[in-house]
Each structure stands twice: as structure tokens, then as C-alpha cells.
Design a protein around this ligand. Structure first.
Ligand code: PAF
Length: 282
């Protein structure tokens, strides 16, 4: 695996590969890798000639400075996992390298309704930071395809909109959430949970399954209320939101609309750790 830390160097190297007609698959990450990330790398490997992974903890997408400070970092384990998965190129830049014109510089789009619901509403400025960093990484790497996990389903929608609004000729590929056997969605933030908390956090998935199995008979409000009560009855879990939305535009839906591809979305604090998840319930 080749490792680059400089934007110009990796851009020059990749320009040569592109000129040789090689297809480039890109997996942007913030490190603290788990099997969910590796599933993205493996898919990118199957579909491209070269796989580039970036590890960059982007400060501009953290609306909470404590969250940024506590974000897990496991650089040695990350390198081993990426190597074993057959990653060709790792891009691991510093903050100054990515934001060479300062943290405020960068591309912006009008996120519209996407910014006013769920993660957009609860984490002000978060998606602005995601757009800023992903656009910068796309400009450096210029991949043919880029891979993102569906655990961050709203982020995926934001990135699809950004790619279209900014006219990037990049295919955005969403990949299914990878779960522990217990149902807990794999997440870098799980590293901050104790063993006991990991067990309790499986209630989030169980509650989403409950919503999936009951919302059509009970109605949205009743099913969500019961599921929230169920999660909150397992301290230290505390629901920030549990909502049903249309997978297409992330907006609220009405039960009578049978054609809608419905999903349930959760943000739940497990003590000081904020976990998100979502599930197809249509
Ligand atoms: O999902 C993530 O890990 C990050 O939000 C991303 C897409 C790498 C941008 O920093």
C-alpha cells in the first residue's frame, strides 16, 4: 500500500493512473476503521482497478468540540486492516494540507430540506463541513466511483446532492450497513462504549425492528412512542430522535402513501456517545 500525505503528490500520481485508463475507486473515512469500512474497500476493489482510501478526521464537520477531541484514533490497526484488504493507496493528510486556504474556504451547496431534518437539524453546520471536505477530497482524488455506508443515510443523500449540484462526474455508491451479530450497527464510535454499553446499545436496533413490524398497524405515532419508551427504559440510552422518513428525500411521510420507500432513523445517546442508525421499514 502506497501512503501519501501531500495533496499535490497524490493528485499527480493519480493523474498518471487515470491517463492509463485505470478506474479509481475512493473510500473516504475518518479512520478508527471497522468491518463496515472494509466492506466498502472490498466492494471498491471488485469494481475498480485501484482503490484509494483517505483517513482524515475533518474538524469542520464536528459541531461539538468534545466530540472532535474524543473521536477514536487507531492508526496502526487502520493501516493493518487496509493493507490486508488490498488497499492500493492511502491518503492521510494533515488539516493544513486539506484546508490550505483556511478552515472557512471551500465549496458550498444549498442543502435545502435536507439540512432541516434529523442530523441536519440536530447537528447545525455538520453537513456543511461534510460537503466542504468531501468536495475537497473529490477535487484531489478525482475518482470514478466513491463509496459510502448507509449507516449515515442522510450523509449519503447530502453527498449525492452535492455530486449532482457541483457537477462531479463521480458515481456515488451506497453500501448496506454492516452489523454486529447482536444487530448493533458497526461504527467507529462503538470503540468508546464499554462492553456493558455495547450490549445495551443493541436496544436501538431492536426498537427499529419493532417500528418496522408495527408501524403499519399501530400508526407512526404510536409505534414510535412505544419504541422510544423501550429505548429510554434502558439507561444510559436516551433517544435524541426516532423518526420515520421517505428514503428518497428524508422528509416525513404519510401512511396512506404506499409507494414510499420508508425508513426509520434513530439518534440515541449511550451515555456520552451519540449513535445513529436507520432501517428500511417499507
Ligand atoms: O462518514 C465519514 O466517515 C465522514 O463523514 C466522511 C464522509 C469521511 C467525511 O469526513
Amino acid at each position: 500500500m502506497l501512503i501519501f500525505t501531500k495533496a499535490l503528490e497524490i493528485a499527480d500520481f493519480l493523474a498518471i493512473q487515470r491517463n492509463s485508463a485505470l478506474k479509481l475507486g475512493f473510500v473516504p473515512t475518518m479512520g478508527a476503521l471497522h468491518n463496515g469500512h472494509i466492506a466498502l474497500v472490498e466492494k471498491a476493489k471488485r469494481e475498480n482497478d485501484l482503490v484509494i482510501v483517505s483517513i482524515f478526521v475533518n474538524p469542520t464537520q464536528f459541531n461539538n468540540p468534545e466530540d472532535l477531541k474524543n473521536y477514536p484514533k487507531t492508526p496502526e490497526a487502520d493501516h493493518k486492516m487496509l493493507d490486508a484488504a488490498g488497499t492500493d493507496i492511502l491518503f492521510q493528510p494533515t488539516v493544513d494540507e486539506v484546508y490550505n486556504h483556511g478552515l472557512k474556504e471551500g465549496k458550498e451547496i444549498d442543502l435545502g430540506k435536507l439540512e432541516r431534518v434529523m442530523e441536519g437539524a440536530h447537528r447545525p453546520g455538520h453537513f456543511k463541513g461534510v460537503v466542504q471536505v468531501v468536495a475537497r477530497l473529490f477535487d484531489i482524488v478525482r475518482p470514478d466511483r466513491a463509496y459510502f455506508g448507509e449507516k449515515d443515510f442522510q450523509q449519503l443523500a447530502v453527498i449525492r446532492k452535492m455530486t449532482s449540484d457541483l457537477n462531479y462526474n463521480i458515481e456515488i455508491i451506497g453500501c448496506e450497513t454492516i452489523r454486529e451479530k447482536s444487530g448493533l450497527a458497526m461504527s467507529s464510535r462503538n470503540l468508546r462504549l464499554s462492553e456493558e454499553e455495547r450490549k445495551i446499545a443493541t436496544q436501538i436496533y431492536k426498537a427499529m425492528e419493532y417500528v418496522r413490524d408495527n408501524w403499519k398497524t399501530l400508526g407512526q405515532q404510536e409505534a414510535l412512542k412505544n419504541a422510544i419508551e423501550r429505548i429510554n427504559s434502558h439507561p444510559p440510552l436516551k433517544v435524541e430522535y426516532l423518526e420515520i422518513a421517505d428514503a428518497k428525500d428524508l422528509q416525513p411521510i404519510v401512511l396512506s402513501d404506499k409507494k414510499v420507500n420508508a425508513r426509520v432513523f434513530a439518534a440515541v445517546f449511550c451515555g456520552g456517545v451519540r449513535l445513529i442508525d436507520n432501517l428500511d421499514i417499507s
